[in-house]
Structures are given as structure tokens and as C-alpha cells.
Design a protein around this ligand. Structure first.
Ligand code: NAP
Length: 241
């Protein structure tokens, strides 16, 4: 059976993606790093709706943890494979560049960029052997236009776009697609400290996006119908650029 792995599937956009993929009939592996309660809630919601989900804790910035977790998953699932990977785990550590600390720079790159590299590399081999795969990377509007106070975050999300385009060309002959989604402001824990009433005036549609709206786009890219879309960056931002 083909599974989908959603990194950071416990909360926010990742949770909505996990739910949406399960609604499409795909069994889902929900990754999280610390919030087991939230991950368990996501799993319960999927199961309540008749879907199939399991939890897999690992820190995407730690290659040994990924290796151990995926090895254990593969041992428990000899006849299954992870054919959809959504690289969604991400963090913000905003600061003006002049004040930015090494660890604020490092942690953001470790999670978004190194997390993409370690997780994708680990799962790619099987996708190549199976000649089947969908990889969706959650980038950001911040990675397209750059946002002040987010030099670390913009750099990581922009690098993810470069990696998406390069990898897409490497694996296209094996029927694996690699795309990036670049959301603008989306309601989640990540944006709950922002002044929404102020910021939504910058968005032509006049509101923040919903995780479910991003999830619908990700599910489309993860589906059969998107076989001819690869190496693309698709904005979902209410017209803000
Ligand atoms: P969120 O609500 O803060 O959730 C972050 C998720 O990432 C959580 O599930 C968290 O797991 C997980 N995570 C963080 N560090 C991790 C690590 N080292 N290893 C594994 N999982 C880790 O964020 P969100 O708003 O849903 O954002 C999801 C993605 O969309 C991120 O990549 C973010 O940059 C991107 N994005 C968000 C927005 C927005 O406006 N919200 C806009 C553009 C792009 P735990 O629950 O275990 O902590």
C-alpha cells in the first residue's frame, strides 16, 4: 500500500494536509517532534472519519533520528512504501539581521532546508525503485519576495525552491514529481503572534488563508492528476506578493 508522510503533521498546515490526504484514501504517517498530544489528536480525527493514520516521531534536522524512525517503519511495513512526502515541518525565529544570533539562523536552516534534504534523501531510493513518487515542499511567500525580519526564514524557503527545481529534473524520468507550495499568511500557531487585523489589509483577498486551503493544493499535487506538473512553485497567498 502507498502511504503519505507529512513532516510536522501534528498541527497547522501539516495537520490539514494529513487529514486531506487521508480523505483521498491515502494512509498517512504523521510526523511530529515534540507535541505528541497534537499529533494524537490529528490521528484521532483521521480515524474518526474512517481514515488510516499512524504517528512517527523524529526531528527532521537529525539524520540519525530519521534513519531510525524510517527503518522501524519499513520493518513494520514490509509490503508498503511511502510514495508521497510532504516536507512541511518548519519554524520561525524572526529577528533583524543585525541582531540575529547564530542559533536563530542555524535552527531555521536546520529544520526547513536540512530537514528537507535528510528526509527526502532517505525516502527517495524506494520511490526511484518503485518508479512512483510525489514530493511537495512547503516553501513560503517569504522565500519568493523576502521579508524583513526573516533573513533566515526567507533564505531557507528560497533555498527549498532551488532544491525543488533541481531535484524535479533529477527524478522526473522515474515518474517522481517534486513541487513547492508557497503560502502567504495562513492561520496557525506559527502566525498567532502576528497582528492579523493589521496584516490582512496587505492581502488583496482581505484575510489570512486557512490550512485547509493549502491542504487542498497539496493534495492535488500529490495526486495522479498532477503527473505532468513538476519543478513548480505554486503560490497560495490571497493575491499578496
Ligand atoms: P505550526 O503550526 O507552527 O506547525 C509546525 C509543525 O512543524 C508542527 O507540527 C511541529 O511539530 C513541526 N516541527 C517543527 N520543527 C520540527 C522538527 N525539527 N522536526 C519535525 N517536526 C517539526 O506551523 P504552520 O503554520 O502549520 O507551518 C507549516 C509549514 O508551512 C512550515 O514549513 C511553515 O514555514 C510554512 N508556512 C507557513 C505559513 C503560515 O502563515 N502559517 C506561511 C508560509 C509557509 P510539533 O507539533 O511536534 O512541535
Amino acid at each position: 500500500m502507498k502511504y503519505a508522510l507529512v513532516t510536522g503533521g501534528s498541527r497547522g498546515i501539516g495537520r490539514a494536509v494529513a487529514i486531506r490526504l487521508s480523505q483521498a484514501g491515502i494512509p498517512v504517517v504523521i510526523n511530529y517532534v515534540q507535541n505528541e498530544t497534537a499529533a494524537t489528536e490529528t490521528k484521532a480525527e483521521i480515524e474518526k472519519a474512517g481514515g488510516q493514520a499512524e504517528l512517527l516521531r523524529f526531528d527532521v534536522s537529525q539524520p540519525e533520528e530519521i534513519e531510525q524512525a524510517i527503518n522501524a517503519w519499513e520493518d513494520a511495513h514490509p509490503d508498503d512504501f511511502i510514495g508521497v512526502l510532504v516536507n512541511n515541518a518548519g519554524i520561525r525565529r524572526d529577528n533583524l539581521m543585525i541582531f540575529m544570533q547564530n542559533d536563530e539562523w542555524q535552527k531555521v536552516l536546520d529544520t526547513t532546508l536540512n530537514g528537507f534534504f535528510y528526509t527526502t534523501r532517505r525516502l527517495l531510493k524506494r520511490m526511484m525503485t518503485k518508479r512512483d513518487g510525489r514530493i511537495v515542499n512547503i516553501s513560503s511567500l517569504s522565500g519568493l519576495k523576502g521579508l524583513p525580519g526573516q533573513v533566515n526564514y526567507s533564505a531557507s524557503k528560497s533555498a527549498l525552491i532551488g532544491a525543488t527545481k533541481a531535484l524535479a529534473q533529477e527524478v522526473a524520468p522515474r515518474k517522481i514529481t517534486v513541487n513547492a507550495v508557497a503560502p502567504g499568511f495562513v492561520e496557525s500557531d506559527m502566525t498567532k503572534d502576528l497582528n492579523e487585523s493589521e496584516l490582512k489589509r496587505l492581502v488583496p483577498v482581505g484575510r489570512f488563508g486557512k490550512p485547509e486551503e493549502v491542504a487542498a493544493l497539496v493534495a492535488f499535487l500529490a495526486g495522479e492528476e498532477a503527473a505532468y506538473i513538476t519543478g513548480q512553485v505554486i503560490g497560495i497567498n490571497g493575491g499578496m506578493y
